[in-house]
Design a protein around this ligand. Structure first.
Ligand code: HEC
Length: 127
């Protein structure tokens, strides 16, 4: 009997260690998020610069297709969010948690800039 309870205790310990390891993984993800604009980190230079998109209607159309299913819904309402263009570019390109990353294969640079132009009209992006 003593052997069985020892084994049970070991099993419990293994489970506890496994769960701790998972928690550690989550910590890494949060650390990576520390570089993220929304967490107050610096936005990489590649995302900096003024919005070059001028076709607000085209941007609105892509936004409706690619973003409006979650914003608002699965993600926050972006109206009046007031983010910089740089932080928004990074968010769109890299994604975050359940928000998918959108590389140039999904959204071209031109489309991205038009999305930003549209987002300016709803106060989601301020500059
Ligand atoms: C599948 C759902 C989904 C889609 C599609 C999506 N997002 Fe998101 N988005 C999210 C979620 C969820 C968050 C919150 C992420 C977090 O903070 O952990 C988010 C966050 C954001 C934020 C930051 C808001 C904040 O307050 O933190 C911006 C800006 C944003 N999304 C823009 C966009 C744009 C632009 C598109 C379209 C190109 C888009 N998203 C498509 C789910 C989505």
């Amino acid at each position: 009997m003593k052997t069985i309870s020892t084994m049970l205790a070991l099993t419990g310990l293994t489970l506890a260690l496994t769960m701790t390891a998972c928690g550690g993984g989550g910590g890494d993800a949060e650390e990576a998020g520390g570089d993220h604009a929304s967490s107050g980190g610096e936005v990489p230079a590649e995302y900096q610069g003024a919005i070059t998109g001028t076709d607000v209607a085209a941007g609105a159309e892509i936004y409706d297709q690619m973003c409006a299913s979650c914003h608002p819904g699965g993600g926050p309402d972006l109206e009046g969010l007031g983010w910089t263009a740089a932080a928004t570019r990074q968010q769109i390109r890299e994604g975050e948690d359940s928000m998918p990353a959108n590389g140039p294969d999904r959204i071209s640079d031109e489309e991205l800039e038009n999305i930003l132009a549209h987002m300016q009209t709803i106060g989601a992006v301020t500059e």
